[in-house]
Design a protein around this ligand. Structure first.
Ligand code: BV8
Length: 242
């Protein structure tokens, strides 16, 4: 395990990907049997795919939103450990997640930024109205704000669209003493470039992943194993309990 010489008031930035939610029962994208082996990314996670067949895209996100509402899908020990770290750590603990699920929040984390948007939010392409929903979106939906019909889309960031919060993220990467990357393949940019940004500003960069990611060599240390083992162990060490 890394020899982390941190002060308790140091800032920590944590990037998470689909791997941290795998043991909660949500599929990752690029593992065997993952989301992109079931449906083509180009068809459901691009503006072009949405323009071509909006019903297919709505169905894809409606199904994932319904799965997230399943009572068997809950935060796991990794999510809970990160929430405990935020509660006990004197310095800022900022989670930047690529995930569109709400498991970090349900685990108790408060400083969470969904750079790729959120499954449980919908926005209107006519007026920008952006709100939480629990059910489905249909092409007959009427925007409750402007009355437009069929203009409500999932509030997720597709390929070719600008992720949310980039200024805030780069500001945090420049200030943090520890950059943690958990459960991501390091395939998708700009998230995959965050380690280089943090390292260039002097952060200690640590990867926790089931297997080395595409960017593993960019980290000072890369630990492999399931998130529900690695993350609680690391948090215990950081809090001086391990
Ligand atoms: C942008 C939608 C610019 C929501 C997603 C060539 C080079 C560089 C970049 C590009 C390029 N060509 C195109 C680009 C840009 C493109 C990109 O990066 N493409 C890739 C494919 C090359 N990026 C974009 O388009 C981004 N936008 O660049 O905008 C711009 C500038 C100006 C103006 C406008 C725009 C937008 C990217 C966002 C796309 N949306 N999803 C949704 O449906 O979820 S991406 C999708 O991939 C998800 O959000 C997901 O989170 C994300 C990353 O995947 P991972 O989370 O890493 O998941 P993955 O399955 O890949 O890996 C899981 C890992 O977990 C594995 O490593 C596995 O080993 C591990 N694991 C498994 N089990 C466990 C575990 N680890 C621990 N414990 C376990 N139990």
């Amino acid at each position: 395990m890394a020899d982390l010489s941190l002060r308790r008031d140091d800032a920590i930035v944590i990037l998470t990907g689909a791997g941290i939610s795998r043991e909660s029962g949500l599929h990752t994208f690029r593992d065997v049997g993952g989301v992109w082996s079931q449906v083509k990314l180009e068809d459901v996670a691009t503006p072009e795919g949405y323009a071509r067949d909006p019903q297919q895209v709505q169905d894809f996100y409606n199904a994932r939103r319904a799965q997230l509402a399943d009572p068997t899908i809950n935060p796991n020990a990794a999510h809970l450990a990160l929430a405990a770290l935020e509660a006990a750590w004197a310095g800022p603990v900022f989670i930047v997640t690529q995930n569109v699920d709400d498991l970090h929040e349900r685990a108790g984390s408060r400083a969470v930024l969904h750079m790729h948007g959120e499954l449980r939010r919908v926005r209107c392409t006519a007026c920008g109205d952006n709100r939480e929903i629990d059910g489905t979106i249909t092409l007959a939906d009427v925007c409750p704000n402007c009355g437009s019909i069929g203009t409500r889309r999932p509030d997720v960031v597709w390929f070719g669209e600008m992720p949310y919060g980039m200024d805030r993220i780069y500001g945090a990467l420049a200030e943090c003493a520890l950059f943690l990357s958990i459960g991501t393949s390091g395939t998708v940019y700009p998230a995959a470039g965050f380690v280089a940004e943090a390292r260039s500003h002097g952060a200690f960069c640590l990867e926790l992943n089931l297997e080395p990611s595409q960017g593993a060599t960019m980290f000072h240390q890369a630990l492999t194993g399931p998130a529900t083992e690695l993350v609680p162990n690391l948090v215990a060490k950081l809090l001086g309990r391990g």
